[in-house]
Design a binder for this molecule. Structure first.
Ligand code: PLP
Length: 479
């Protein structure tokens, strides 16, 4: 299997060449040159596998430069009951049997948030940590990961990389802006290779610093700076696995179809669903659920993709979906436009840079987004979120987090009679206690292992929003 760029660079690259990379050299995102096809016989075989072995089977189709025994060992080490809390790894829970006409429809939650940091990002990041350690050891190299986080990504990266040989993490976060639980999760880590930097500023300031440092090529090379952001293909590929696992749990036969509804920000999670569907998994609809930051909902309704200025990006109560543009969206557009790299370059390289928008409403390809690729969308607001959290708790007895609530709200608008709908649960309520209290008038449930983490000693360095200061800090800690 080789990988190519969405902007037309077709230099064939192997998986381990792109594993430690961010963007392709031409500014595009990496995708496999084709999607391996899964037929009925293979689906029947995969249905019987435990999650780690299913992961190995899926990954083997995309990775042919790691020996099979090593890859299987990496999958088993990653997707274990000790790390993810259950034997199923991503257990499915029936929320209700909804009345749709003429048949009734099962509505499920797929639990992706029982890993170390209680958000779905662990599903991919835990694998990435093990792949990085393996590949860096093989090359005899080191990597310093520099990232910016508003909450879930940073902690997932730190818990995936803590104690790993050859990797250090420098994670910038906006001082005082993450939830108290998220701060405690990150800042209580005492591992030598994890560095928390709280920046006097907002998330955009953190992101600007990461960009500035990464564009200083001499510094980047000298200190081996890397990233783990959501455009990394290995993260996306890891997420493909749980679409298969969810499908197998919701169906009894491989001729059944299901729908998935996905709380979406950067389009990484639902893009993995697109890949699973392209591989032949019988997915009917892929429902993209957004919050007030409705860049994606606008596109799927109108065909216009319009990035927002940071001043027009809403700070919402589902903060992990507060995006001004959807960084993985380019991958889907590449497929939608028949993998025409020159057109993708014209849209994402030129039009977005110049006008901040492009318009496919009159392009026949846009009609195919729904018809051929199954994409539909919807949005949710703060009031919807509160009402959904309350209804799901009071009527169905299940406490859900604000992001998952956005998806449950939108899923209900797209139910197809008799086709099970699976909502991806992307975080546990404890991470967003303030909104749960607002909705339910009580504190969320807290898993036992997180009792009292707010009282643990903290390891964090406060810094002004200045790239040079961050560079000096990195240099000092890269001995
Ligand atoms: C990151 C995140 C999302 C958005 O996922 P994308 O892959 O960026 O679309 C949704 N919910 C939670 C809880 C997250 O942490």
């Amino acid at each position: 299997m080789h990988y190519l760029s969405t902007r037309g660079d077709a230099t064939p690259r192997k998986f381990c060449e792109i594993l430690l990379e961010g963007l392709a050299p031409d500014g595009g995102l990496y995708l496999p040159e084709h999607y391996p096809q899964v037929d009925a016989a293979l689906l029947a075989k995969w249905r019987l596998l435990p999650y780690a072995d299913l992961a190995f089977e899926v990954l083997s189709l995309y990775i042919d430069d790691i020996p099979a025994d090593d890859l299987r060992a990496i999958c088993r080490k990653t997707y274990s009951q000790e790390v993810f809390g259950t034997r199923e790894i991503v257990p499915l829970k029936k929320l209700e049997v909804a009345s749709t006409s003429p048949a009734r429809t099962d509505l499920y939650l797929e639990a992706l948030s029982n890993g170390p940091t209680l958000a779905f990002k662990d599903m991919a990041m835990q694998l990435l940590g093990n792949l990085f350690e393996y590949e860096l050891a093989r090359r005899g190299e080191e990597l310093n990961i520099l990232g910016a986080t508003s909450g879930d990504t940073g902690s997932a990266a730190e818990y995936a990389m803590r104690g790993k040989t050859g990797v250090r993490v420098f994670m910038l976060s906006p001082n005082g802006r993450m939830s108290p639980f998220q701060q405690a999760q990150m800042f209580s880590l005492q591992d030598d290779n994890i560095h928390n930097v709280a920046v006097e500023g907002v998330f955009d300031d953190c992101q600007d610093i990461v960009k500035a440092v990464s564009s200083d090529l001499a510094f980047k090379r000298r200190y081996r700076i890397g990233t783990v952001n959501s455009i990394n293909w290995a993260r996306l590929m890891a997420q493909v696995v749980y679409y298969f696992a969810g499908y197998f749990q919701a169906t009894s036969s491989n001729t059944d179809k299901v729908g998935f509804t996905v709380p979406s920000g950067n389009f990484g999670n639902v893009c993995a669903g697109h890949v699973a569907r392209m591989m032949g998994l019988p997915i009917d609809q892929l429902v993209v659920a957004t919050n007030e930051n409705d860049v994606l909902d606008e596109f799927f309704r109108t065909g216009v993709y319009r990035v927002r200025a940071s001043a027009d990006t809403h700070e919402t109560s589902s903060p992990s979906m507060d995006i001004s543009k959807a960084s993985n969206f380019e991958r889907f557009v590449f497929d939608l436009l028949g993998r025409d790299g020159a057109r993708v370059e014209a849209l994402f390289g030129d039009a977005l840079a110049k006008d901040g928008r492009f318009d496919l409403s009159l392009d026949p390809a846009f009609q195919q987004a729904a018809q051929r690729y199954g994409f539909v969308s919807g949005k949710s607001t703060h009031a919807d979120r509160l009402a959904t959290i309350r209804d799901t708790f009071e009527r169905l007895g299940v406490m859900i987090d604000p992001h998952t609530a956005d998806a449950v709200k939108v899923a209900r608008e797209h139910l197809v009679a008799g086709v099970p709908m699976i909502v991806l649960e992307t975080a546990l309520p404890i991470k967003f206690a303030q909104t749960i209290v607002e909705a339910l008038g009580r504190e969320p449930d807290r898993p036992a292992r997180f009792e009292g983490i707010e009282q643990l000693p903290r390891r964090v360095t406060l810094m002004i929003a200045d790239a040079a200061a961050v560079q000096a800090y990195v240099a000092q800690h890269c001995k």
